[in-house]
Write a protein that binds this ligand. Structure first.
Ligand code: GCB
Length: 600
């Protein structure tokens, strides 16, 4: 799916700002058919939950309405006119004046609504967007809605981060020509020092395809014709972790001498491959250092914010991180573009978090009922998951920073039905993208003895909390468990093994000379213990701590003002562990950086 872009043949208007806002219980039926009668305005992009002080808005379960007027530029009479929603969490209905113009389900992937036949160039229209925050057994992530004793509908879900909702990413009105480029797929490779750029272009309407590849200075390095082909670049500059280089692929649709459409896609030339226990980028062993993150901040919730984007990447660089995982949903596309430009490696995760009744069952890991059953993650959930994978890969397939798809976080891969649930999804992902390895983040109940699905995947990604949920305060025992666990996975699979989550909640300012949980010293000692273990295994390919920053959670007695496993606070101040990670990952103070241990 192509991101809207201003080109010689396309224009776009950004619709961010403040929109009229109301929850459904406070407006009449069909509120889109007139001006929303509401005193509230919501910022776009932002999750709406924390904008207002009224708990009835924050805790609302169901539809909310956003509304504004939009003027169509007068020069767009010959074009098709589309609305693009970068995300509407978790479902949307889009009304142009009185007409339902489009719908979408899935809170973290973009969608278009073609409004050409409903609007006029130079005219204006009333745009109303209904957004639902409901999570059920037919959504990804799943959830459950019950009517509580007070008569109100209550949303529960099986992940800890707060269910922020609304229009948390940008909204656009854009024009495309009637004959146009509709999709571009690029895969890259090398033949010695020559770069190979394979392209496939989809179009609508007549016209001949021409492509041009320019280097970072704008100099032409290769060109071709036709809807599919291979471009070769002599002495190619590869896209490398920590050393990004992007070419520009300009795709044009021609009719004789006339350019009907033009679109430019940044392209990084790199390869990704799993070989035995190694994870290879451009044929070189790669060791992941970095974080599981969240899109999360005060007031704006999951609202995309370029200032926070820049600052988070600054902090990642400061700490010596070379990568992150988009836990637990696809992030805004701007984040991936930034990673492309700055050489940060991304594990791109779906929104399939909480497919695990064992976690709900508590520390015993015993599910109250089977996870892979009709009442929970059944066929309808699987269909939603498949559609989500299509949309994720459709959006992110061309980002060089994305080196692996993570199809789920902590599914009940130890339970009956897991194989039947995941096999078709893995086949789908491989068909959509045969070039990138696949993984899923493994919950602690899924052991090397009882996991049922690892053979379908390429990389073992472990989420483990020895020294926190298991053996809190007892790092010596934790060390033994962790060692045995990693050894077990290496022996069972022969695949690369990495840690995608390990961490300890930490209250900044709390100190102790002993191994006291929640103190800054304990978080440091916890990481030191884990790193000691990791460094014993040459088959181990990476460490992503949980979490980059503290983040908001739903109310729960295990969370004190949110999840505090961040090595930065929610407002991005470093805890002692952030400094310790920086020393390790940057090799300061004679500390041994993880990558050096593994010869890359
Ligand atoms: C996990 C989950 C993550 C939680 C984390 C925790 O295993 O994957 O979403 O936030 O544990 O802190 O409990």
């Amino acid at each position: 799916m192509l991101k809207p872009q201003a080109t010689p043949t396309r224009e776009l208007v950004n619709l961010d700002g403040t929109w009229r806002f109301a929850i459904d219980s406070r407006v009449g039926a069909a509120p889109w058919s007139g001006t929303l009668d509401t005193p509230l305005e919501a910022a776009v992009p932002a999750s709406y939950n924390d904008l207002f002080v009224d708990p009835a808005v924050r805790d609302h379960v169901g539809w909310v309405y956003y509304q504004r007027t939009v003027r169509v530029p007068r020069g767009w009479g010959e074009d098709r006119v589309l609305l693009r929603f970068d995300a509407a969490t978790h479902a949307a209905r889009v009304y142009v004046d009185d007409t339902l113009a489009g719908e979408h389900v899935g809170g973290y992937t973009p969608f278009d609504v073609d409004v050409t036949d409903l609007v006029a160039a130079g005219g204006q229209f009333r745009l109303t967007v209904a957004v639902s925050n409901e999570l059920t057994n037919v959504t990804i992530p799943p959830g459950k809605i019950e009517v509580a004793a007070d008569g109100n509908r209550k949303q529960t879900y099986f992940h800890d981060f707060y269910n922020y909702a609304g229009l948390a990413r940008s909204v656009w009105l854009y024009s495309v020509p009637r004959e146009r480029v509709t999709d571009i797929t690029v895969t890259t490779g090398f033949e010695w020092s020559t770069g190979l750029v394979d392209y496939r272009i989809e179009t609508e309407g007549a016209g001949d395809v021409r492509v041009r590849l320019a280097d970072a200075d704008g100099a032409l390095v290769a060109e071709g014709t036709g809807a599919a082909g291979r471009l070769t670049v002599e002495d190619v500059v590869p896209w490398q972790p920590g050393n990004a280089y992007l070419y520009d692929l300009t795709v044009e649709l021609h009719d004789g001498g006339r350019v009907l459409d033009s679109y430019t896609l940044p392209v990084g030339v790199r390869t990704v491959e799993v070989h035995g226990h190694q994870f290879l980028i451009n044929g070189e062993p790669f060791y992941f250092t970095g974080f599981g993150k969240h899109e999360d901040a005060a007031v704006r919730g999951k609202g995309h914010d370029d200032a926070l984007l820049v600052h988070d990447f600054q902090l990642m660089e400061w700490s010596g991180a070379n990568s992150f995982r988009t836990s637990h949903y696809p992030y805004a596309e701007e984040v991936l573009e930034f990673a492309d430009r700055h050489g940060i490696v991304v594990i791109d995760e779906t929104a399939a978090v909480g497919l695990n009744m064992g976690v709900v069952g508590g520390m015993s890991g015993t599910p109250p009922f089977p996870t892979f059953s009709e009442q929970y993650a059944g066929e309808a959930t699987q269909a939603a998951h498949a559609q989500h994978i299509r949309e994720l890969i459709g959006r992110d397939k061309n980002h060089p920073s994305v080196v692996m798809w993570c199809l789920a976080n902590e599914p009940a891969s130890n339970e009956e039905g897991a194989l039947e649930y995941f096999q078709p999804l893995v086949e789908l992902a491989r068909e959509l993208d045969p070039t990138r390895p696949l993984t899923y983040a493994l919950v602690m109940f899924a052991t090397f003895q009882n996991d049922r699905i690892i053979d379908l995947f390429d990389v073992v990604s472990m989420n483990r909390y020895y020294g926190w949920y298991v053996g809190p305060g007892d790092l010596a025992t934790a060390e033994q468990y962790l060692h045995g666990d990693i050894q077990g996975w290496i022996t069972r699979t022969g695949k690369p093994v990495m840690m995608t989550e390990y961490g300890a909640d930490t209250q900044p300012g709390l100190h102790s000379v002993w191994d006291q949980v929640w103190t800054e010293e304990y978080q440091v000692a916890f990481y030191e213990m884990c790193h000691r273990v990791f460094d014993r295994f040459p088959e181990f390919v990476g460490e992503q701590v949980w979490n980059f920053a503290d983040f908001a959670t739903s109310n729960g007695i295990h969370r004190v003002g949110g999840n505090k496993k961040g090595v930065f606070t929610r407002d991005r101040q470093p805890k002692a562990a952030a400094w310790a990670l920086r020393r390790r990952w940057r090799g300061l103070d004679g500390a041994k950086p993880a990558p050096a241990t593994h010869e890359n």
